[in-house]
Design a protein around this ligand. Structure first.
Ligand code: GDP
Ligand code: MG
Length: 782
């Protein structure tokens, strides 16, 4: 029978992991290997995908993939590894081994690196293991955010607090050194090619088996390493413990129990990390293939391959042990880099076949099994698991509602509605009101100050009507934008977004995407730039492209000022209703366009849906504060650079005639002449006014400046320029037309120039068509 046929709540033992290629490798890396016991937990509300429990964590996959995994119900369940095995000598002291410098670990103190060298570290770990939390603890405010060379994935690095000669890089989360998504390739290449002086491997102690799988491969990299055993507060809170000294001995690197969220053990971790990198202490243990395990076939194969490729690996600069096990696993990238000759390739194939025959497992499964056997052995000797974790039980309770058959979708709608209601109506609006009052007061103060000083009339106009009106109207949106990001990041960090992907997978597949695409799309409601960047988590090019093309339909926060401005002027009191309609419109048009894409540009199937559902956790205040600060800073930077300059330029163009005379009547201005060229195109949709054309053009620089431009050009009497039908047309046009320059630039970095220009033109075309339709209908009634 297969995994698909299991009844809910039933357990079975995997007998064969079918399928092929990277997906199968991913399954193996996640611990879905023959001999593992799995339990079917539940189906998503729409019947697909399924969630099941493997090695104590929750994994999701589609029915079609579950069908490829054969299981047998005929097995002996000896329970989780050593649960409450009392014969085991378990060290139950808090942070065992803390401060006991090198109990087993013979500390190197020879040949230190020179003192003036900057020690570089890679922070590597599974997703949700606490990397970002630890990174924030390690670096405090010394962070720099940038991009990895050549790609747009956030690269955060910073010096460890109190150690200016260090540089830690926070890498995207990975499960294995066999990359599955393009983000994972970045992490692998960083470790493999940038050769950091040390690795800080963060391991989630509540999910230790699966986390150590990556550790096994990192140890083979032959780079000095320390293991940060995170979430120890949860493990100990539930009565579990880890014999850290024993684990150090078995893994050959320092293991430091920490709680990143509570900042416990971090100082200790830093001490060890600096020590191993400074003295270049390599891991002592790299040989994980037990020669007595199952006849020793894997052991013999690995050692034979090591002999075979030693020279090649050295030449290619790849650690030989890592190369050997990857080759046996069937890793094409490594095979290519090693540049073996035909003869050697033949011998390699021969060794692999021999291993498969003797081990009675195919090569990838045999290697995965080798790693998991070693891990099981380590855990048996060192880990004292708690009975049941409170967090797990709590998560399951929450999930009966949030992913329950009848409750999941209503809760999703309710939660999103709450987020938007709170953001726009309650908290955001209140703060925005305060902000506006402050800005008004400041403007009045500056105005009277300038008058009192008798400033030149032109300069006075520039400062008050240009800068204060323009930048001020944008600044007042800071609170709303920050609050929306706050909610989105809480949903993400708590683990809810992963559930949304699980629940929505079936729906998204109807438009040709997988549930994972929901993450970038939801972020798109905040800002298109991070949304486009976050598509890196998607493991297929097709899905990535398609998701990127859909993000502009999710109305971003920067468009809010436009909506607010027009609803206040034309439909007072009905702002909430109209904004909701606009958001929904964006989504519906996005869906229609996606269906079109699916039939034309992107035929083929969405990516498989294999994802971990982490336990719900309270996001840490520090992480959230850090993120909000970044967003606010980013917004302020934009307000005072792009928008500031745009305001001045536009004020200048509209205050001077082509002969550079300062004029009162801006219809004679330079700007009026330029924008008049666009009027014929915009006339059919009711927007044939040069001032509106100008505002929309400035909106391509930054959406916020649509309003700041109108503020300057209309000086408060917009309703004289267009009709109600025109206002509706303008709202629809703003909803759909080209995303801002920053978003276009990030699309260009992800997909190339052609796509970026394509998006710009295509969005304008869609916007024009929709506005035309809406305007034609509206003029009939208004
Ligand atoms: P990343 O995906 O690896 O960057 O993980 P994050 O740093 O975002 O952490 C994932 C979740 O685990 C967040 O909700 C954190 O607040 C939480 N977390 C991180 N470290 C700890 C810890 O030591 N103990 C507990 N209980 N929770 C933690
Ligand atoms: Mg993170």
């Amino acid at each position: 029978m297969t995994l698909k046929d299991l009844a809910i709540g039933e357990s079975a033992c995997i007998s064969k992991t079918g399928g092929n290629g990277e997906l199968r490798q991913h399954f193996l890396d996640m611990g879905v290997i023959p001999g593992t016991i799995v339990k079917k937990v539940k189906l998503a509300p729409m019947g697909d995908p399924i969630e099941f429990d493997v090695n104590g964590y929750e994994l999701t996959m589609r029915l079609a993939d579950a069908e490829k995994i054969e299981v047998s119900k005929d097995f002996k369940d000896d329970g989780p590894i050593n649960a409450n095995n009392d014969d085991l000598h378990v060290n139950k002291t808090i942070h065992p081994g803390l401060g006991e410098d090198g109990k087993y670990h013979s500390k190197g103190d020879e040949n230190p690196l020179p003192d003036d060298i900057v020690l570089t570290y890679a922070l590597v770990g599974n997703q949700n293991s606490g990397k970002t939390t630890l990174f924030n603890q390690l670096t405090g405010s010394n962070q720099h955010v940038g991009n990895f060379p050549g790609v747009t994935v956030d690269r955060k690095d910073g010096a460890i607090k109190g150690h200016t000669n260090t540089l830690v890089t926070d890498l995207p989360g990975i499960y294995s050194m066999s990359p599955y998504s393009s983000e994972e390739i970045i992490s692998r290449n960083f470790v493999l090619h940038e050769k950091p002086h040390g690795i800080i491997n963060i391991v989630d102690a509540t999910n230790i088996e699966r986390n150590l799988y990556l550790t096994m491969q990192l140890l083979e990299m032959d780079i000095p390493m320390v293991i940060a055993l995170n979430m120890m507060d949860e493990v100990m809170g539930n009565g579990g413990s880890v014999d850290v000294n024993k684990m150090e001995e078995l893994l050959g690197v320092p293991v430091i129990p920490i709680s990143a969220a509570k900042n416990q053990g971090v100082d200790e971790l830093v001490k060890h990390a600096i020590h191993v990198a400074h003295f270049q202490e390599k891991p002592l243990q790299q040989d994980f293939c037990d020669k007595n395990n199952e006849g020793g076939a894997v052991h013999r194969a690995i050692h034979a391959v090591i002999h075979l490729i030693q020279d090649h690996a050295q030449k290619a600069g790849i650690p030989v042990r890592f190369a050997a096990s990857k080759l046996l696993e069937g890793d094409k990238r490594i095979l290519y880099q090693l540049d073996l000759d035909v003869n050697e390739k033949e011998i390699l194939e021969h060794i692999a076949l021999q291993m498969e025959n003797e081990r009675k497992l195919d090569r990838s499964a045999a290697i995965a099994d080798m790693r998991y056997s070693y891990i099981r052995n380590v855990c048996r000797k060192t880990v004292h698991k708690p009975h049941e974790s409170k967090e797990r039980i709590r998560s399951q309770k929450i999930d009966t509602l949030l992913t329950g058959k009848y409750t999941a979708i209503p809760f999703f709608i309710l939660i999103m509605a709450c987020v938007f209601f709170l953001t726009f109506n309650v908290i955001g609006a209140f703060l925005q009101g305060l902000f506006e009052q402050g800005i008004d007061a400041l403007t009045a103060l500056a105005d009277s100050g300038l008058s009192a000083l008798g400033t030149n009339e032109v300069l006075h106009a520039l400062i008050i009507d240009g800068i204060f009106a323009g930048v001020g109207s944008v600044l007042s949106f800071l609170p709303i934008i920050v609050i929306l990001f706050l909610f989105l990041s809480i949903l993400e960090d708590s683990g809810y977004i992963a559930r949304v992907a699980f629940v929505m997978d079936t729906l998204l597949r109807k438009i040709g995407l997988s549930g994972r695409s929901i993450v970038p799309l939801l972020i798109g409601f905040g800002c298109t730039v991070p949304a486009v960047m976050s598509t890196r988590i998607l493991p297929s090019e097709r899905d990535r492209k398609m998701t990127i093309l859909l993000t502009p339909f999710m109305s971003c926060t920067a468009k809010l000022p436009i909506y607010a401005f027009f609803t206040a002027a034309f439909f007072p009191g009905r702002g909430g209703l109209i904004m909701t309609i606009l958001y929904v419109c964006g989504i519906i048009i996005g869906i229609l366009v996606a269906m079109l894409y699916r039939k034309t540009l992107f035929k083929g199937e969405p990516v498989p849906f294999v994802m971990e559902l982490p336990n719900y956790r309270l996001p840490s205040v520090k992480n959230t504060a850090q993120l909000l600060w970044e967003k606010a800073k980013d917004f302020l930077e934009r307000a005072f650079t792009v928008i500031f300059i745009a305001t001045i330029v536009i004020w200048f163009l509209q205050s001077f005639s082509p002969h550079l005379h300062f004029i009162e009547d801006s219809s004679q201005s330079i700007l009026a002449k330029i924008s008049a060229l666009l009027e014929p195109i915009m006339k059919p949709i009711g927007l044939g006014d040069w001032r509106i054309c100008t505002s929309l053009i400035s909106g391509v620089m930054a959406k916020e400046s649509v309003v700041s431009t109108m503020e300057i050009l209309f000086a408060g009497n917009i309703s004289t320029a267009i009709t109600g039908a025109g206002a509706i047309s303008l709202l629809v046009f703003s909803l759909l037309y080209s995303p801002c320059i920053a978003a276009i630039a990030s699309i260009k970095r992800e997909l190339g120039r052609k796509w970026a220009v394509g998006v710009l033109l295509w969005q304008c075309a869609i916007a024009w068509i929709c506005s035309f339709a809406v305007y034609s209908i509206a003029t009939l009634f208004m």
